[in-house]
Design a protein around this ligand. Sequence first.
Ligand SMILES: *[C@@H]1O[C@H](CO)[C@@H](O)[C@H](O)[C@H]1NC(C)=O
Ligand SMILES: *[C@@H]1O[C@H](CO)[C@@H](O)[C@H](O)[C@H]1NC(C)=O
Length: 220
Amino acid sequence: MRVSYCYLLLLFLFPSSPKYFSQLCGANPDPTNGFVSVPLSEYNFELQKPYDIPLEQRYSYVDGVRHLWVYADDKPHNPNSQTQPRTEVRIRGLDYSSGIWQFEGYGFVPNGTSGATVAQIHGAAQGATTIILRIYNGDMRYYSGDLVATDLYDKWFRLNIVHDVDGGTVTVYIDGLRKFQVKDKGPGDLYFKCGVYAAPRNISYYMESRWKDIKIYKKC
Ligand SMILES: *[C@@H]1O[C@H](CO)[C@@H](O)[C@H](O)[C@H]1NC(C)=O
Ligand SMILES: *[C@@H]1O[C@H](CO)[C@@H](O)[C@H](O)[C@H]1NC(C)=O
C-alpha cells in the first residue's frame, strides 16, 4: 500500500477508520470506479427457496435487510432438482455473456453457519458456476479450496465481485480491498446470486446470510 501523508494524517486524527481513509487517499481505489450502477427494482430480485415451504419461512426483508436461511435437511428449490438446499436471491433480468460486470452487497453471516455458499456467479462455458464463495468456520473460500478472506462471522462486510468476461477473470474485494482473483470458466448465461446454498459436505444444520444495499454495476 502506498502510504501518503494524507493517509497518516487522517489516521492520526481518526484512528478507528483506516480502511476508509486508505480509499480516500487513493491507496486502494474503490472497486466501483469507472463502473455505472444499473437501476434495480424488486423484479430483479428473484427468490429461490425449498419448493415445499412458503417463502416467509426462509426469507424476510425488513428495513432494507434481506435475511435468507435454510436447513441442511430442506428440499431443493425445485422438485426435479437433485441439488443441495438453498435460499438465494437470483439477480433476474441482468444475465450477461460479455463485458465487465460487478456485484456489490453488504453481507453478514452469523457464527454457526458453515459450509454455505453465500455468493456466486451462476453459469459458465463448462460446469454450472463461474465462482462460488463459501463460508467455512468464518472464513470465505473459493469453492472448498483457496482462502479469500478470514474472520467474517457476525460483522457486516462489503463484497464486490468483478467479472471481466472479455478478459476471463473474476476478482473479489472485501471491504474495498482486493482479496482474490481467478480465471473465469468462459462465457455462458451468467448471473449473480447471494444467500445460502449448502455445500456438498461439512455443512452446519442451520445456514443464514443477510444482505443489504445490493447493486449491480457495468463498465461502459
Ligand atoms: C463462534 O461460536 C463458538 C461457539 O459458541 C465460539 O467458540 C467461537 O469463538 C465463536 N467465533 C466467533 C468468531 O465469534
Ligand atoms: C471437511 O471435513 C473433513 C472431515 O472432517 C475435513 O478433513 C476437511 O478438511 C473439511 N473440509 C473443509 C473445507 O472444512
